[in-house]
Design a protein around this ligand. Sequence first.
Ligand code: FPP
Length: 244
Amino acid sequence: MDYSKMKIPHHVGIIVDGNGRWAEEHGKKRSYGHKIGSENLEKISHYILKKTGIKVLSVYVFSTENFKRSKEEVDYLMDLFTKKFKRYAKRYQKENIKVIFSGRRNPLDEEVLKTMDEITEMTKNNTGGILNFCLNYGGHSEIVDATLKVFKDLRENKIIEDDVNEELFGHYLYQDLPPIDFLIRTSGEYRISNFMLWQSSYAEFYFPKTYFPDFNEEEFDKAILEYTTRDRRFGGIDYEKKNS
Ligand code: FPP
């Protein structure tokens, strides 16, 4: 699809969902679904950040609540993250993509944290798109953690109470990113499950039935076509349209 003349979002969020069901429907173990999901993420993130003009992509790959899953699944995912981040580092460096992470470090293990830090450091000066992995991420914990940082700066007299407003608060979140314009959750579930609550306040939502491993370029093009039909008013009224 030719994106050059389209109204495209600046920041897209994807809630990766349906790996497990995709695997079950193919008669495989859930872990296989995560493996294929991670391969798809590599392809689709390349397409989004390199072929469409979209500048920021946030992907929800592990929530704070996902630690409630079986030890076997959590261990598999942590191992997959470690392996994949090692592999992604070279690829994203070559593609000029800056990789960042949102979430709590605790209780992620040293191995995962090390690969996360390496890829962050390696790609920190890249300018050709931002890929934000939300890992051990929760929207509530992000707001609590930001509040604690604000309190600390108040205590240390780095800011005064009058400085605290929506704009300043936004700078205290895990990453200082623009708001999410378009939020996609694959697999036909209609929830946001604690994903980027602050940043999604005026996001447009899209819930395709497709499981994440099958969410390919064509599916993404369909999503963007839907986005172009949305009338974004941010709480205001489009008077020109109303009177025409
Ligand atoms: C949702 O499917 C997916 C997850 C809980 C996270 C796993 C994400 C990946 C493996 C892709 C990203 C990979 C890397 C390396 C960053 P689900 O298990 O909730 O599916 P279900 O709802 O069908 O059970």
